[in-house]
Design a protein around this ligand. Sequence first.
Ligand code: ADP
Length: 258
Amino acid sequence: RLSERLPVEQDDEFGKLAQVFNQTFARLEESFDRLRRFTSDASHELRTPLTAIRSVGEVGLRKGLDADALREVISSMLEEADRLTKLVDSLLTLSRAESGTLKLRPEPTNLVALVSEVIECLEVLAEEKEQNIALMASQEAVADIDRGTIRQALMNVLDNAIKYSPQGSRISVCVEVSAGEATVEVSDGGPGIAPEHAKKVFDRFYRIDSGRSREVGGTGLGLAIARWAVEVNGGRIELESEPGKGSIFRIVLPVRES
Ligand code: ADP
């Protein structure tokens, strides 16, 4: 551990230098801690699908399995492999985000068109659950944003609305512009999020119900990525929810002054 500190004895330049040194050290220490925690959490998460692949594989090696049983084994292994791929992709995105190596290309982007594109991509998943996604937009909204990162944020939030809401429910996406800001609001009829979880759901690997998250193919990284993507584009992400009354996720972005 980096626990060394310089004693600050005087109020002169040496004292100030020692203070700066100590503060830098403390920041370094904090980032090492964060990195350590992240590596340990990530390893733990990677281990879950790997363990599943192993144990399903062992079942597959048992004697006397018929073709149908074998096919089932292979299909569960593929499902776990998909989970692993999703997790690794998300980890890569976050690590690029952290290191600042992801090159952003802000350009004037029509938000309503982008939102429709994302809805179109996820419509199949909603149809599987007989859910209806309604898009409401009263006016054009053009924001100077990096399309790719905001697309990812919208995908993650809408994907959650579909995943965590019941069969046959309605999801609405509303795009609005006011006071120099564009808001994309995703409302669902899901279980809602209690206040004690509301801030934490944006933390890496935080899940309210990890069994449920796993069941629906979650990685625990979706909202952490969404928050980073929105903030790096100069915006913010907000959550308004009450248990039993659904959730509203709001992505607020600065719009171009016309
Ligand atoms: P996951 O991959 O588990 O969905 P996220 O980071 O996207 O991870 O979300 C974190 C947690 O927040 C989820 O595990 C879930 O418990 C909760 N959550 C996210 N979106 C919703 C929603 N629309 N309704 C209810 N709970 C949600």
